[in-house]
Design a protein around this ligand. Sequence first.
Ligand SMILES: [Zn+2]
Length: 539
Amino acid sequence: MRNLKRKSILSIILVVFVSTVLAQTTPKISYFKLQDVRLSESPFKHAEDLNMKYLLTLDADKLLAPFFREAGLQPKSASYTNWENSGLDGHIGGHYLSGLAYMYASTGNPEILKRLNYMINELEKCQNANGNGYIGGVPGSKALWEDIANGKIDTGNFNLNGQWVPLYNIHKAFNGLRDAYLLAGNNTAKNMLVQYGDWAINTFAHLTDEQLQYMLRSEHGGLNEVFADISAITGDEKYLNLAQRFSHQYILNPLLNKEDKLTGLHANTQIPKVIGYKRISELDGNTAWNDAAVFFWENVTQKRTVSIGGNSVSEHFHPVDDYSRMLSHIEGPETCNTYNMLHLTKLLYRTSLESRFLDFYERGLYNHILSTQNPNTGGLVYFTPMRPGHYRVYSQPHTSFWCCVGSGIENHSKYGEMIYAHSGNDLYVNLFIPSELNWKEKNIKITQTTKFPEEEQTQITVHPRKTTRFTLKLRFPEWASNQNPEVHLNGKPIPVFVTDGFIGINRKWKKNDKVTLKLPMKVTVEQIPDKSNYYSFLY
Ligand SMILES: [Zn+2]
């Protein structure tokens, strides 16, 4: 009897353990494809339109030039200047593929698709000419990767064998191919991506783990994430093994032990590594790596982030108890960091459904990302100084090719990615951005009308093909959470309550049903995280 009881307790514990493991690493919701979401008139739509113009004014042949040169082919044009011909050659070409893929998915614009297909076809020529799967603009690529493959490795934070962050550079091309396939359906890009993955396996195959970890001291973007993505795309574990090998233990191990060793480190070198730990945990079920990513996110957002949702001074994490440099230095939060923090947040929300992730996402999106584009020229921001009375510098669209220009042309192409999500019969409204959603699976269209944050409400209109029961889950933000939620259905108030950050309305929805959610705003103050005497006013 006793034994039996113990057994049943054990099996209950096991069931709980297994379901907790699954709960942390498998998605609880699905995001809609960007193709299913269209923005309506708003500052976000303006940013998208302007970024589309910018993408089309960029010269594809100039961006391709470094890839041609390294493949031993004659470039059709000279390279762009700035970071594009001084060592980081080709990094923008990779971001450009991603920016075009996001923009095509977000708008369906045929010119954008034509440009993307042109880029892929030209890069395929480079891959064929290289003959080993490689595609890259890193100066002296052939000799560099041969040396690395033979174990001749000399690493610094921002260089590898004397070249400027080549692993970071090739990560952009990997991402671009992945996005061209996943977002725009380009099958050539998929084949190229897989061959490129094989090149990586072959190139690093003979390095010991010690040699590889030494090499990973050099900034390498989120190579572990994209290798995990190749594994998910192909179903082949060998790419997941590569992703695990490419996970930098120096950063991972303290996070596994819940230790904060981030002060002084280059911020945007670390964030993509953590995205990779999280992505790998989704594929191999390793909850410890998931928890390491959550610990990192909590540390950065709670202790290292200012009110706009950005972090770092002069690209580095400063001491958590001393924000003086943040307030005096001309180089405040970097755009790439928030781009990557929002990506990490998107992954963490998908497997947890915790509304705190959306609260951060909203803050960073509205207050940092949206503001990093010059609304007239489309130029992009590197640093957003917190220094009182300071100004910001926007890129010159055809002569500035910084990292934040690369992440910038992606940022303003994908505003539809987090507005909605779904799970079974639940439809989540995460963000208050005017838009139209086509929930194809249910034959339902949704229109969101709002001038938020210029007005304190949003309105959802439901257009089902036929009367359909589902639960509409409206996010009730943390900043409104001390007020009573107020919802009108077809003009009449209905009783609602907030559960886990959402207001759920379950009913049989019919054509033109309208739900209005009030979003009462007020002015609050927020102290800077080091508790010195600086406050932000929030509205
Ligand atoms: Zn940057």
